[in-house]
Design a protein around this ligand. Structure first.
Ligand SMILES: [Zn+2]
Length: 321
């Protein structure tokens, strides 16, 4: 049997001010020590995490999740007050120098919305101009800090729909990473097929797994899952989403153990833009890179649910005939 090397893509989401300021430097250090490059998506605006507390009253599932996943121990007590009892500090603009080290150290930087909580709560009902305004604010700050426009976005909370995909389709992006699924694809939602490829998050996140299994078994399960998927689809990157507040802080040692296990497996760490550079270019036959192109099929994006996560999120489905 041919042993395939796992192409592992780390998608780091920075959702909070503390995650940016304290968690990101820890992750950058872990990556530096192991010569790993990652893709880092940052919520560009204010940290309004505390407003998620409102869901305690409106969504019973959130309380269950808070208790099951030990949200306070994962995210810290101060963070859950931002935007309610404390003002929401600016995640990217308040840390511009640190933001620039993402690219300076060889990682890819992208946009994880403007206001994480507002996106998660609002996008299901926002019209296209409202969604466009959210992204425009984020893009302005990104460009001011880095000197170039973003080339990719990742939807906060994997909340995406026909309208957010339509807005993003006008932004000239290399790809988006808005959904949970299996392999890169061109999204269809409603009656529209969009041209911006989606690179889905493939593996379950740590906070989902902590809710349903013993922490000691998590890394072995993730490595096994990655190995199995790589054998089935050797071209598709195994995208794993991590959070700076969790893998960079409260569960840093668990995460560094995962990285070491993957390196011992011979996994190759790829950035999402590197994976996207192998997608076929419209009108060309052989792709645009040295390596074989990753073919993109059209798949549906629909609302779905996942084990260990409350509420719905955007999920990749095989296209209906
Ligand atoms: Zn996020």
């Amino acid at each position: 049997m041919v042993q395939r090397r796992v192409q592992f893509a780390l998608k780091v989401d920075v959702d909070t001010y503390r995650g940016m300021r304290e968690g990101l430097p820890c992750l950058l250090e872990m990556f530096r020590a192991r010569r790993i490059r990652a893709t880092i998506f940052v919520s560009m605006g204010p940290d309004h995490s505390g407003r998620a507390i409102r869901r305690l009253v409106t969504k019973p599932g959130f309380l269950k999740k808070m208790l099951r996943t030990k949200a306070v121990s994962l995210y810290g007590p101060r963070t859950i007050l931002y935007g309610t009892l404390l003002p929401g500090p600016k995640i990217a603009a308040g840390n511009a120098e640190l933001f620039r080290t993402i690219e300076a150290e060889g990682h890819e930087a992208g946009v994880h919305g403007w206001d994480h909580v507002r996106w998660q709560d609002g996008v299901p009902r926002f019209d296209e101009p409202t969604i466009a305004k959210e992204l425009a604010r984020a893009f302005d700050v990104f460009e001011t800090i880095t000197g170039h426009p973003p080339r990719a976005t990742a939807a906060p909370g994997w909340i995406a729909n026909e309208r957010s995909l339509a807005v993003q389709d006008q932004l000239g992006l290399l790809y988006c990473s808005d959904v949970r699924g299996d392999h890169p694809f061109l999204p269809r939602a409603g009656d529209r097929v969009f041209r911006t490829p989606q690179i889905p998050t493939v593996l379950p996140t740590l906070d989902e797994m902590i809710g349903v299994m013993d922490e000691n078994g998590i890394n072995a399960s993730l490595v096994e899952d990655a190995r199995r998927r790589a054998a089935l689809r050797p071209d598709a990157p195994i995208v794993h989403t991590v959070h700076t507040e969790v893998e960079g802080l409260s569960r840093a040692s668990l995460f560094s153990d995962l990285l070491d296990r993957l390196l011992a497996e011979g996994a190759i760490f790829v950035r999402l833009d590197e994976a996207a550079s192998r997608f076929p270019v419209a009108g060309a036959s052989g792709g645009n890179g040295r390596r074989a192109a990753i073919p993109l099929s059209v798949c549906e994006v629909r609302e779905g649910t996942l084990p260990g996560r409350s509420g719905t999120l955007a999920v990749q489905f095989a296209a209906s005939r």
